[in-house]
Design a protein around this ligand. Structure first.
Ligand SMILES: [Zn+2]
Length: 234
């Protein structure tokens, strides 16, 4: 391999390495939980908490109503037993029974409200659960693809780095220094290919003598316009 070809190959490897390193960074930052997944989980947890709250309310109210019913039937039995004769005491018991019945009515209204809320939050929980499962399945799929891509990129980067080191080891120090200098001053591109008699990067049509000199491949030939090392593919 002649010098321009070696430098051109090195440039290709290094550009490829940079692109792959950038992609690897992107992939690595996309690994892990996404905002969407977290939001879906939070929505599910919130609907579960609401459902539990209303279920507890319902059970509490049912218990309160049951114990109230017992007190009411005890009072009713007492009243109907005929044991209480004192009108004042009788009136007191009737008033008390009336108050218990009002209380029972109020608790039954609350129970109805709780039952409606339980149904409503069950539906919302089911919906949130379906959304979460769907989101989680898609996320898993994405994560699997991303980690496969990460592994692939890491392998390719290791391979290219080895190739790069090997090539750099074979290049003369002055040619390497020249390559580095141009790369820094010419936007990362030190070598340009000649295509159709023109410099591929700056587009200028090159004198035939320059094209011929570049084709011979002994020593470095530079673009008359952008100053990059010229390379001709056979
Ligand atoms: Zn040029």
């Amino acid at each position: 391999m002649d010098l321009p070809r070696m430098l051109y190959t090195l440039q290709k490897i290094e550009l490829d390495l940079m692109a792959k390193a950038r992609r690897l960074q992107e992939v690595q930052s996309s690994l892990g939980e996404t905002e969407e997944l977290r939001a879906a989980r939070t929505a599910l947890e919130q609907s579960e908490a609401k459902l539990r709250h209303w279920q507890t309310q319902q059970r509490d109210l049912e218990l309160k109503i049951r114990s109230l019913e017992q007190r009411i039937s005890t009072s009713e039995r007492e009243l109907m037993s005929g044991r209480i004769r004192n009108p004042k005491e009788l009136k007191g018991m009737e008033d008390n029974l009336q108050a218990l019945r009002h209380q029972q009515q109020r608790l039954e209204d609350e129970l109805l409200e709780a039952m409606v809320s339980v149904d409503e939050w069950k539906a919302r929980r089911d919906e949130a659960q379906a959304t979460y499962q769907d989101t989680e399945a898609r996320w898993r799929q994405d994560q699997a693809e991303l980690s496969a891509e990460r592994d692939q990129l890491q392998q390719e980067i290791a391979h290219l780095s080895a190739e790069r080191e090997q090539l750099r080891g074979r290049l003369p120090a002055d040619a390497l220094a020249e390559y580095e200098r141009l790369r820094q001053r010419r936007g990362g591109y030190a070598v340009s290919e000649i295509q159709g008699g023109a410099c591929q990067i700056c587009g200028v049509t090159l004198p035939l003598s320059l094209v011929q000199a570049a084709r011979q491949g002994d020593g470095l030939v530079y673009c008359s316009s952008c100053g990059r090392i010229l390379y001709v593919q056979d």
